[in-house]
Design a protein around this ligand. Sequence first.
Ligand code: GLA
Length: 714
Amino acid sequence: MIIKNGKTIHLQGKNISYVIFENDEGDLLHFHFGKKLADRDYSLMTSEWAEEWGFATNEVPLDVYAQEYPSYGHSDLRNPSYQIINKYGNAVSQMKVTEYKIHHGTTADVCGMPCLFKGSQSADTLEVILYDSAVDFEVHLYYTVFDEYDIIARNALLVNKSDTPIEIMSAYSASLDLPIGDYDMIHFAGAWGREREMIRTPLQLGVKVEAENARGGSGHQMNPFAMICSRDADETHGEVYGLSLIYSGNHSTAAKIDQFGGLRVLQGINPFCFKWDLKQNKSFYTPQSVICYSGEGFGKMSREYHDVYRNNLMRSEFTKKPRPILINNWEGTYFDFTEEKLLSMAKRAKEAGIELFVLDDGWFGKRNNDRSSLGDWTVNTEKLPSGIDGLAKKINDIGLKFGLWFEPEMISPDSELYRKHPNWAVKVNERNPVEIRHQLILDLSRDEVCDYVINAVSNILKTANIEYVKWDMNRQMTDMMRGGYNHEYTLGYYKVMSAITEAFPNVLFEGCSAGGGRFDSGVLAYMPQIWTSDNSDAVSRLKIQYSTSMCYPVYSISSHVTASPNHQVGRITALKARGDVAYMGTFGYELDITKASNTEFEEIKQQIEFEKQIRPLMCDGDLYRLQNLYEGNYCSWEIISKDKKQVFVFASRVLAVAQSKNPRLKLQGLDYGKQYRDTQTGEIYGGDFLMHRGIKINYKTEDFATEVRLLEMC
Ligand code: GLA
């Protein structure tokens, strides 16, 4: 809901208020983002505007005021939310409010990038128009608020109204000025196989902390999601501000405590290597930043993001539906497969209760290793004599759905496509392009290249009964053809994704980028699940999945049981541990199931039966993280249905301890007065007991011990 009271504009969510107003000079000031305030005209409380900074009037420089979309070159000397080189060739800019508009609904889809849509919720959008009359430059700020959530979704539109082209040097999506306090920033950094490590840094006076990535995709190295929190914040307590950028290219979230102790946080496209020429009367949209406030720790914030993204971002009709249990042949065969081998795996998979067979890399062109053929999306009939359509039929006859891997944004220098269109690859004229994994990137800034990709993938999808696609992207971007190229590419990527996912709504798409190198909310808008990491080791996955769930819904986290010893880290773990960890997310197998012993096969059958019982919870349930491996030896989580009737609990102890004193596991979010039955043991517990006394977990005396429970209200 958006309330206008005098000069005050008050955006109210379920439990939050976001309050702004302009001063007498027309500067747009920020007043409050946090717990809900009553409806008042806060613009009258001039003595409160600058708080402890000691200034009480607006005759002083803007440096002391909290702002909404700060500009550069006047009396606010903190980092600005945008920078342009204006028509006179300098970077000075100052915006004054000219108009406010309130729209019912959201701004979805106007900007060529995914944004939140209204869905069945109640959404309103505030548009504030700011104008710099000295240089004829306009900014429109959009703020969407939902009655049902504690989030504000922000983006900006920059318009050149002058008669001369100008340059945008940076344009963040959101700027948030928070009052004096002790803040920590939590960011999610890593590497291939070690994605999204949760790292907490105390913010200190004068030091800018920037969580950024400039490697092309959103990246293994830094996720476009970060949190600012009070120093005492944890899963269940404290103030937390989440910032999630709906974007799959280079990004930045930067925080700096200013000289007076206030905090400015900026989130948006990474200014590094960014420059956008804006011709007369042209405009530029920033991606959308979804900022969330929780007064009750990280857990509450995560549940907000999960609900918003499931209900108002993810377009796939599979988003809230149980997903098929899959088997993927990659770690089972790598490139070395025949049709016969695949069919033998599929038959055994069917006997185990698996529902979808996915053929990974190596089915097209002459691709028997990673050195060739990307771009040549025609089946290799030497390997697969019945073609993809014939194979799909045979897999369907076995009783499984069929899915296929693509890496459509890429081109191998050794490919028919490259021989025909060498200039379709991203490269600069004066140099040989950098190859990573022996491949180059297709130039998606060009319409003809996007059309090629759309047609190549569509042709295969039309000719065979393919019900699932794994959409991979296995390299980082070098050879940037011009400043801002990464953004042009990202817009092309969204255009391709929109076209294909709209044309094939019945296909379940899974995103991937050398594991979890592009795990972001931009991708989720099109593909409801993402391969979380190429590291499928159960112990490594504890932290990876725990951190990923901070922002992204449980069912978007794709998680497979693979062979032991693990192929990425060599660790030996029990099949039980691998299954128990993989239940969090979209569950599947990625191993040669024909090699499973009878005992293992029986265990796999049981895992699948259990997964079929718990998967409705993954679609829409609420996640509670109970024990944090970053702080000790235990990691556990719980997923409970919205009606609180079913509860899935996962608990793990990483290293065995003699005479261990395992802490009792206190569940959360249950119905206090109701009884819950443990479906395995038949034991009945009260909701009060499960939450306030907690259950005893008797781990086996071994390393990497895990336990799962399914409790049902009775
Ligand atoms: C990437 C993916 C893997 C697999 C291979 C195939 O590394 O993350 O899951 O699909 O590509 O080449």
